[in-house]
Design a protein around this ligand. Structure first.
Ligand code: ADP
Ligand code: MG
Length: 336
């Protein structure tokens, strides 16, 4: 298939988008001046982030957009147009490209309320002599309070989570063991194939006074929480039992004889949001969030001692420090 056909397929499916003056077809896309103030990029490499045998082309397209939607959400922003870079490996044909584009569209349809604002405005298409490498650059807009960065946590703040932890890692393990046909674990496999980015929650939280910092969970809860706290010389104490995870995960861990706590704490790719909120504001924010259908779960507190301490049921200390964690759980995910 020629590059020309690929671009034609993508172009045929795009419409007009807010903030975009000119989309696919010229030497560069033209944005309205001042329309966007956020930009994020994420790359997926065949064999590292996905396998054609475990995910359909549409699943891969979905995840490519979900990862970027999640980054913009974690800044408290809303998403806009995107650029695509496709370096396509040997076996990738027209049907596969159609599948990728369908997956991108399905993800925007499912996760973005103003979905007409999220779509491709350009990109680049080449052949790869090795694995397929897909990358997406997503533009976005901050809300009226500006960006919610990874900085801003203070000792005493509440650590909260939106979304479930560990399901994608559990689903990956089900796939690795060749058990994806087992119906009761379909929800976990789906979490790996089509992760849910907290698009609406991120934008909503970005508008709330008292939300001090956010990060999305791409590398694993403990590690990503560490990214948020370590630069400030802070740490946190987290209650393991408070961490939201699907019931199917626990049952699956028992049946497979796997360490479910490791999926929850170190599993990547769930795209839950970790939210740091001022303690005095947390109850009000959580109540207002519930009114919006957003479940903000308190899981612990920021403190001045470094490291993330996760306390399990019955006072079992699962990990004393985050540094310890990264060693204990190295190689836990497929992702880099
Ligand atoms: P150039 O040689 O100037 O880079 P291309 O032939 O690569 O031009 O691209 C032609 C047009 O198609 C450009 O507007 C470009 O942004 C767009 N395009 C190329 N590949 C993709 C892609 N994978 N997805 C979306 N748009 C693409
Ligand atoms: Mg080009």
């Amino acid at each position: 298939m020629r590059e020309f056909d690929i671009i034609g397929r993508i172009k045929a499916r795009t419409g007009s988008m807010a903030g975009v003056r000119l989309g696919i077809g010229d030497d560069a896309a033209v944005l309205e001046r001042g329309a966007f103030d956020l930009v994020a990029l994420d790359t997926m490499v065949e064999g590292v982030h996905f396998r054609w045998g475990w995910s359909s082309a549409a699943d891969v397209g979905w995840k490519l957009l979900a990862r970027n939607l999640s980054d913009i959400a974690a800044m408290g922003g809303t998403s806009g147009p995107f650029l695509l870079s496709f370096a396509l490996g040997e076996g990738v044909d027209g049907a596969c490209v159609d599948g990728l584009v369908e997956g991108l569209e399905a993800a925007a349809r499912a996760m973005v309320e103003a979905r007409g604002e999220v779509g491709p405005i350009g990109g680049d298409t080449t052949r790869s002599p090795g694995p397929t490498v897909l990358s997406l650059t997503l533009f976005g807009r901050t809300g009226p309070r500006g960006p919610v960065t990874r900085r801003g946590a203070q000792a005493g703040d509440v650590v909260a989570v939106v979304g479930a932890l560990g399901a994608a890692a559990a689903g990956l393990e089900v796939l690795q063991r060749g058990l994806e046909g087992v119906g009761r674990w379909a929800e976990l496999v789906e979490a790996h194939r089509r992760p849910w980015a907290q698009v609406r929650a991120g934008a909503w939280l970005g508008r709330q006074e008292g939300v001090r910092a956010m990060i999305d969970v791409s590398d694993g809860f403990a590690q990503d929480l560490g990214h948020l706290l370590r630069p400030a010389g802070l740490g946190a104490r987290v209650e393991f039992e408070a961490l939201p995870s699907p019931a199917a995960l626990r049952a699956c861990a028992v049946e497979l004889g796997a360490e479910g706590s490791r999926w929850v704490l170190a599993g990547g790719d769930d795209y839950a949001l970790v939210v740091i909120a001022a303690a005095g504001r947390f109850e009000a924010i959580a109540a207002a969030a519930a009114g919006e259908g957003i479940e903000l779960v308190s899981v612990g507190r920021v403190r001045s001692e470094r490291g993330v301490e996760v306390v399990g049921a019955g006072g079992l200390q699962i990990a004393a420090s985050l540094a310890g964690y990264e060693h204990t759980f190295e190689g836990g995910g497929e992702e880099g």
